[in-house]
Every structure is written in C-alpha cells, then in structure tokens.
Design a protein around this ligand. Structure first.
Ligand code: SAJ
Length: 433
C-alpha cells in the first residue's frame, strides 16, 4: 500500500461494533470486506440490509453496499488493514474468554503480507494484544513481528478500543477521542494514521497494555459509580427517604455528581468488563468486585419489592414498563428489566402485562407464563399497578393525571411528581428505588 492511497480493510466480526465500524470506514473511501461466521449476517449485509438496530445505520450500510465499498463474506481475505471486533465474553467463573480473538488472529495470519496492520478493537484483558502478536508470529515465521527484536517489523499490531454508546454509535464512532495502543511506538503511529481517516475526535497514542486497561477502567469506573447510586437507593428505601430528591440536592454541590439508580446494570459491557480487571488482579480489587455485587444485588432487591407489591394486591392488574437494558433502545441483552418482568410473570402469570414499544413480542422465557404484551395506552387504561423498569422517553412523558389512582413502583425515577409519602398515601407509593 502506498502511504497516500486508501487502504483495503478487512473487519472481522460484524456485530454492534464491527458493522458500524466497517460502514464508517467504507464511507471514508476505503474498500471494506466485512467477515462474520454467521452466513445469515453476511447475506443480510450483502443485500444492503442490517441485522441489528442502530440509529441511521440502515441507510449508511445500504449506501456503502450499493456502491460496492462494503461487502461481506464468511472468510478473511487479503487486505492492508485488519480490524478485529469479535465478542470477548466471560465464562461461568467470570474468567475472560478470548477464544474468538485468537480464532480471528489465526485466520488473519494466513493472509498477512509485509506492511499490513492488525488492530484489535474487542474489549480484552491486559496482555491480549501481545498474545495475538505471539500467535501471528508463530503462524507466520516468515514475517518479523513487532516488539520481539530491535529489527523493523514487517507488520504492525495495535489495540484500539471503541467507546461508543448504543443508540449513538455512528456519531460517537466518529467524534469520540480514542486510545491507540501499539505493541511498539511504530505500530501506534501506523494505527494512528489509519484512524485519522475516519475519526474526528483526538486519537492519543500509547502502548497496547495501557490501552487495554484503559478500556476496562472506563467501564469499571461507571459500574462503581452506578453501584454507589444503587446502594443509596436501597438505603433510602430503608430510611423512608426519596432517593431522587436526595441525589438531586447532593448534585447541587459543585464537585458531586451521583449517577442514577435503576433496577441494576445491564448490557454486555459495564456488567462484564470489571470482571476482566478482577480476574487479572483478584487480591487488589475489593472495590470493583463489591460494586459488581451491589449492582447485581439491586436486581434482586427490585424483584423482592415488586413481588411484595403485587402479592399484597391480589386483585390488581400489573403492567411492567420496559424490557430493554436501558432507555430508547431495542437491546434486551443482560437486561435487569427483563429478569424482573420474567420473574414476576412466572410467579403471577396472567396478572402481569409487559409494555415494551421496542419489542415485537415477548422473549422466550415468558412462554407458558400466561403473561402478555400490551401497549402503553392499554396499560394506563386497564392496569392498577405500574412498575417502571426502563426510562424510555415514551414512559417519561405520561402525565401525573394518567397515573392517578394507580400504585406506582418507579425504579428509574422518571416521574418525580409521583406522590411518594405522606398521610393517606399507600405504602407502595413510598417505594423510592
Ligand atoms: N445505568 C444506571 N444508572 C446510570 C447509568 C447507567 O442504572 O446512571 C445502567 C443502564 O440502565 C444500563 C447500564 O447501566 O443498564 C449500562 O448503560 P450505559 O448507558 O451506562 O452504558 P452501555 O453499557 O450502553 O455502554 C457503555 C459505555 N461506557 C461508559 O459510559 C464508560 C460506552 O461508552 C462503552 O463504549 C460501552 O459500555 C462498551 O462497549 O464498552
């Protein structure tokens, strides 16, 4: 590849990060081959369609596929830059599973040529990029790998994590700052030049291990801070206080910014990544481990409260508002709301109705429970108890008059005008978390 020409790019893994990344690189003028093991995903993309929901992604993918800038396949093919964006889950013991990264590395190694750049984007435990380098070097002894000798390497290898928020992926992929961690400074410079083609945010170079840890730290920081808010909400419940009022007041301090309590932490990042740090340094991470426990415990606190509320009103019809793991998205992975609603459905059957405007039907675990799905208007007209599990805008906009006479358990604090305490107010209305 000449330094001034646009590189051909191969993106391995076409999920929530890989597909938007592939599309944005294609939009920047590079020819992109996307690779996924799922034939159905490959076929969908080659039709110019998408298999995930993300704001504006459909139009972008349709456009770049139509003009031949992006195509998908199940096998890796030669390119100048390889971007690996495959899942890194954890196992039953919370140990990170990097097998998909290593499999992608083995596939990429087969087609590498001198001058190529390999970039890992998947959230990974510290040291993974070096393991990827070792694997590639073992598979291709004809290529000089970076950081092993003082000789100039034939290939560059770097770790460059994403930081995008589901629902804002395209905007944040372009505008967020990025850490670019090279196995060597030369690797970092090569990766930097690539990212500058499509990232408007500042790209900061560092070493691969620091970049790996930075990604984990960002999500652990958030988890610890959400845990503080969730713990406060349980304390407030115990003391009969309105946690939202307390947080609102405390956040008027210029150096205090308490996050928002909820039914627990969901999604595939914040509830997972802290374990990668704990696994790497088990003795040194009591705070991070405890925060995970507090956030998981909050789900069970909410289940207990909701269960008691529904059981205490045997005639009441109940609406659970929301199944998604957070507001205004159709992502139900590791969602506390989904777990709470499904637990209530199993216990109370047809008394439980679910309102989720982002779902066409209920997930499998609701089958056979008798619980159903209704729309928001039906819930407001026909249900006596409202349990708010997700802060979708459409729920937030329901005025107090339409909630009149209902028992409300608002785990997200979306209705600050909801009466909570005072003479004549049923106990359930006082639930603060
Ligand atoms: N949540 C709360 N209270 C809050 C904030 C969040 O209960 O005050 C809950 C949400 O409801 C949700 C969970 O936490 O269940 C996570 O939501 P989120 O919006 O905080 O984060 P994610 O998982 O969608 O995306 C995170 C982001 N990381 C940070 O903000 C540090 C994103 O920038 C990362 O790119 C993403 O993880 C990732 O892929 O790692």
């Amino acid at each position: 590849m000449k330094s001034d020409s646009k590189p051909d790019v191969c993106v391995v893994g076409l999920g929530y990060i890989g597909l938007p990344t592939a599309a944005i690189i294609a939009r920047a003028g590079c020819k992109v081959r996307g690779v996924d093991i799922a034939q159905a995903v490959v076929d969908t993309i080659n039709r110019g369609e998408i298999h995930i929901e993300e704001v504006d992604l459909d139009g972008l993918v349709q456009g770049v596929v139509a003009r031949g800038a992006l195509s998908a396949a199940t096998a890796v093919s030669p390119a100048d830059v390889f971007v690996i964006a495959v899942p890194t889950p954890f196992d039953a013991n919370h140990a990170p599973d990097i097998s998909h990264v290593l499999a992608a590395g083995r596939a990429v190694a087969q087609v590498l040529k001198p001058g190529d750049i390999v970039i890992l984007e998947s959230t990974s435990p510290v040291g993974t990029t070096e393991r990827l380098r070792d694997l590639i070097c073992a598979a291709r002894p004809d290529l000089k790998g970076p950081g092993l000798t003082n000789a100039v390497a034939d290939i560059a290898i770097a770790y460059c994590p994403e930081r995008v928020l589901p629902g804002r992926i395209l905007e944040e992929l372009t505008n967020n700052d990025r850490s670019i961690g090279g196995i060597t400074p030369r690797c970092a410079r090569k990766a930097l030049a690539f990212y500058k083609r499509f990232v408007r945010g500042t790209c900061v170079t560092t070493d691969a291990r620091s970049a790996e840890m930075t990604k984990l730290v960002e999500n652990a920081y958030r988890d610890v801070n959400i845990a503080f808010a969730n713990e406060l909400s349980i304390v407030a419940d115990r003391m009969g206080l309105d946690v939202w009022e307390v947080i609102r007041l405390a956040n008027r301090h210029p150096r205090v910014n308490i996050l928002t309590p909820g039914p627990g932490v969901g999604g595939h990042c914040i509830a997972v990544d802290p374990w990668f740090i704990v696994h790497g340094a088990p003795e040194e991470t009591p705070l991070i481990r405890t925060a995970r426990g507090v956030n998981d415990g909050k789900i069970h606190h909410v289940i207990g409260r909701a269960d008691a509320l529904v059981a205490a009103h045997p005639e009441a019809r109940v609406a659970c508002l929301g199944l998604a793991f957070k507001a205004n998205i159709d992502d139900f992975r590791e969602s506390p709301a989904r777990l709470v609603a499904a637990t209530l459905a199993r216990r109370f059957g047809a008394r439980i109705q679910v309102v989720e405007p982002y779902a066409a039907g209920l997930p499998r675990e609701f089958e056979g429970t008798g619980a159903g799905q209704i729309d928001l208007d039906e819930a407001l007209e026909g249900c006596d108890i409202l349990i708010v599990l997700v802060d979708h805008d459409i729920f937030r906009s329901v005025p107090l008059a339409e909630r009149a006479g209902k028992l409300v358990y608002d785990t997200r604090g979306i209705w600050p005008d909801q009466p909570r305490a005072g003479a004549g107010v049923p106990q359930a209305l006082r639930l603060a978390s």
